[in-house]
Design a protein around this ligand. Sequence first.
Ligand code: COA
Length: 649
Amino acid sequence: MTVTTISKHGEVAVIRIDNPPVNAISQAVRQGLKDAVSTVESDPEVKAAVILCAGRTFMAGADISELGKPPVPPHLNDLTDHIECCSKPLVAAIHGHALGGGLEIALSCSHRVALPGTRFGLPEVSLGFVPGAGGTQRLPRLIGVEPALNMAVEGKPVGTEAALSSGLIDQIVDDLEPDAIEFARKVIDPGQTARKLDQAIAPDSFDPNLFDQWRAMCAKRKRGLDAPMAVIDAIEAATGPDVEAGKATERALSLKLRKSPQSKALRHIFAAERASSKIDDIDQTVARQIASVGVIGAGTMGAGIAQFFATNGVSVTLVEISTEAAAAGIDRIRDNLSQSAKRGKLTQDRAAEILTLVHPTTDYADLAEVDLVIEAAVELLDVKKKIFAQLDKACKPSAILATNTSYLDVSAIANATNRPDQVAGLHFFSPAHVMKLVEIIRTDQVAPWVLATLAQTMKKMGKTGVIAGNCHGFIGNRMYQSYQKTAGILLLETGSPAIVDQALRSFGMAMGPFQVLDLSGIDVGYLMRKSLPADKVHPYAFKVHDALVEVGRKGRKTGAGFYTYGPDGATTDQMVLDLIAETACENGVTPANLTEDQIAARCMDALGQEGLEILDEGVAARPGDIDVVFVNGYGFPRHKGGPDFLQRQ
Ligand code: COA
């Protein structure tokens, strides 16, 4: 298939790239574009050209599937140099996303115009490498050193208005192709082909300490990541006197990091996240639209779920047992929204608009017309069964009923209704309006259209959905339970929560296991363990946990748990250390002097083993699903690819 075509509009040629779904810059695109630019260069009738893309977006970057393989010419950096050397004005006409190599191609053109709503970015850093086709050299020349650091080190795209005000684009247009052709006509006469690499960055245009400041920030906030530091090095090289030396530094860093274990892991997670909500045996076209939802329970989870749907423009009926409890739920959402507004994440008007979509009630009859209900009540099977029996009566026959349970049997809940084929789990992570992960629990009875609807709805609303089988704890909590069990044994061996927590943080986990328990409440696991048969609970791994709960130390919410919380933050007190030592002694656990690596390895082995069982049982469809769950829901370091990926290296 030809991915590049040229059409002529008087003196202006239009080079169109068509490589669905996102116009990734594959070898065919690179070759096609290079040849097209040569054609434009040699055609005496053509005085300028527009480069644009068919479909939903401008080029969204290098073809990620080619990155792990030996590079095939023409290389992207040769292509951008070729574009820059064209003696005629070239106008990049951009819509959708101009990301990575897509932005680098646009930067090597003489001009850029874009539709409103376009996003521009250098996200390579989030795939563990450095732009390799002049992005770090041209961008600071075009928009300044600090704005370039902001875009390339953070890897977060900017919008059209910001791109216009920074000088990244020359004009916002309404009708891409005709307006870009018109723009190109205007720049023919002055022969505006000036290219950015010809211009040195003025030494007085930036603070020379900037690079060290950014390095210090990355050492703290992007702990252990190689790519952000390398991007800073590449942009610093752009400020030197020698253009070719700057380009060579960027290229060398890019090639080196592409082969790095971090980049391999990050690319794995990128692909796994896109695969996780796909259901191999189900035709996605059977999915239905969700226009309104009901949420049962307005506690932290219920309010967060209601806020998430309302933020996505979906009307929410929020059901509680009393008017006071429903009002408290609305207050929770209002507080969350006003905090986001204070942090500048949304305007007060937008916050008010979201809140108007949430309708509190105590009457199940108000759920008669909703398309989907998510129950987020207390984690007690009998309570949930009663709620589902009530929902079955109150909701229209086509409604999907979902439970947000984090470990209960979804089939048992489904069987409390006369529509078990329309009942599934939708396990959000707290805070539900922030965390991207959602486990979509597939029972044996659930209908394909129900699963497809839930998967598509979550994807459309920006969540990372993972299909998981119905077992105690599904994928995430089941694995986390194994991890916590091992951490509990290590607690007895090492004698201190701080030693275990520090080892896991050094490994890269966002928080240590005991910090997590203190934050989420040690009583949650305590209640869950009480609901299990005794032979399903490790004989001593959780003894310290249970003893702490029984003396009222349930975690942060009670001012103390594994740690004591005071004005100076968290401290370990002697009572806890004594309790650990006594429990170890009573259970015959020998104290051990373990290194951080040994502690982390034991926890990772536990995760890996449980992961293998989960895969064997078909609870997770693919190894990558386990990684997606852990990276997105449990603070596992993304650059290590996830517990299954790590195990397989
Ligand atoms: N190379 C190859 N395939 C890519 C790709 C790339 N750079 N970017 C996206 N795709 C594929 C996805 O794998 C997905 O494939 P699938 O339909 O088989 O699952 C498809 O394009 C759509 O991507 P998806 O992310 O589901 O669509 P979206 O509309 O939500 O987002 C983007 C579109 C472009 C914003 C997003 O895909 C993205 O951020 N891509 C990566 C951009 C990037 O990092 N570029 C630099 C690479 S060096």
